[in-house]
Design a binder for this molecule. Structure first.
Ligand SMILES: Nc1ncnc2c1ncn2[C@@H]1O[C@H](COP(=O)(O)OP(=O)(O)OP(=O)(O)O)[C@@H](O)[C@H]1O
Length: 339
């Protein structure tokens, strides 16, 4: 198995990321509901010999959206064309991609919520009727020429499903909401990756990495690679001590919070007295993009019970205060106004 990951096959860390991707639905760990729903959709389409409905994958980064798009193409035995919303800035960019698709091809558009409006409108017709109208010429002499497309399946991925306009969202026949993974599921991801990387790690080491991976397979794989580096350089076994030492070096705390998670939580508690604080104010205060805070940091802090979102802004929970090492107001016997 480690032959797949030989230096020739994967000369870089990015290569390892790709090599660790499961390539079938059966190998894909967790998300059991999504797996069965997707499996049924693909099986039925194969039996009918039709292209399946368009698929929208929604959820925080690193939960397997790109991996699932590759699996969809592999299960259908069709080629995959990958692009992303930010790469489609004009309707013409999309027309070029769509007109080059072969029958049954799977088109993966990552960050689909960031596609240009003009392209979105072209996509509606393409998704529904496998047609686009191409504008030829300029000004008063411009004419629209209809162009037939090969039937294709669009797999759109978004970290912010709420930003998709309704007409686009409605044209997907199936929407999968990916959830954070449980510690047990992440332990399976780590075990599988360790086997592929040919790295001997104790069961306690696996569980410790799983616990600190913010519910996210990409992070689990990344932490495993850092522990593997640590063991190699320090000539230590892949045990809990190596996991603790490596993760301490990379600022991952015992709950899996990284530097940015802690900074956001600390800002809410220390600078805004626990909140409520608005997203943009919070983003400025930690010097990060509001979108990163909303899509990457918050979902995990909310899930970990450290932060809540209220109509008036973000509020640190009692656990959140305790996590940054500050006694919440009212905790010593006063009237607690905390969640
Ligand atoms: N269910 C899973 N089982 C095993 N490994 C997984 C699973 N999901 C994701 N991974 C691993 O996590 C890594 C990240 O997954 P992927 O790139 O598919 O996430 P993503 O949701 O597309 O993230 P982003 O939105 O940031 O592009 C992959 O390299 C893959 O090895």
């Amino acid at each position: 198995m480690s032959g797949e990951l030989s230096p020739q096959a994967a000369p870089s860390e990015q290569g390892y990321e790709g090599a660790l991707r499961p390539s079938t639905l059966a190998e894909f760990v967790g998300q059991s509901k999504v797996r069965s729903q997707l499996g049924l959709l693909l099986d039925a389409a194969t039996m009918r010999q039709h292209t399946p409905d368009h698929i929208l994958l929604a959820g925080p980064p690193g939960l397997g959206k790109t991996t699932l798009s590759m699996i969809v193409a592999a299960e259908l035995d069709k080629p995959l064309h990958q692009t992303s919303g930010p790469a489609i800035q004009h309707a013409g960019d999309l027309a070029a991609v769509l007109s080059a698709l072969t029958p049954g091809e799977v088109l993966f558009v990552d960050e689909i919520h960031r596609m240009a409006r003009s392209a979105e409108e072209m996509l509606y017709l393409a998704m529904e009727d496998f047609k686009v109208d191409i504008m030829v010429g300029k000004g008063a002499g411009a004419t629209s020429v209809p162009l037939e497309l090969a039937p294709f399946t669009l797999v759109g991925a978004t970290t912010r499903a709420g930003l998709l306009p309704n007409p686009l969202r409605d044209r997907f026949g199936f929407t999968a909401h990916l959830e954070f993974y449980s510690d047990d599921e992440l332990a399976s991801v780590v075990r599988r990756a360790a086997r592929l990387l040919d790295f001997g790690i104790s069961e306690q080491g696996v569980e410790e990495i799983a616990r600190r991976s913010r519910g996210t397979p990409r992070i689990a794989n990344r932490l495993l690679r850092r522990v593997r580096d640590y063991s190699l350089v320090h000539e230590t076994p892949g045990d809990t001590e190596s996991v603790h030492a490596a993760l301490a070096l990379y600022d991952v705390d015992e709950h899996g919070l990284d530097r940015l998670d802690r900074e956001v939580l600390r800002a809410v508690v220390e600078r805004f007295s626990g909140g409520p604080v608005g997203l943009s104010t919070l983003a400025v205060s930690v010097g990060e993009e509001a979108e990163t805070i909303e899509a990457v940091v918050e979902p995990f802090l909310v899930r970990a019970g450290l932060l809540t979102r209220t109509p008036r802004g973000r509020v640190a929970t009692r656990l959140g205060w305790e996590h940054v090492g500050i006694v919440p107001p009212g905790a010593a016997g006063g009237a607690p106004a905390l969640i």
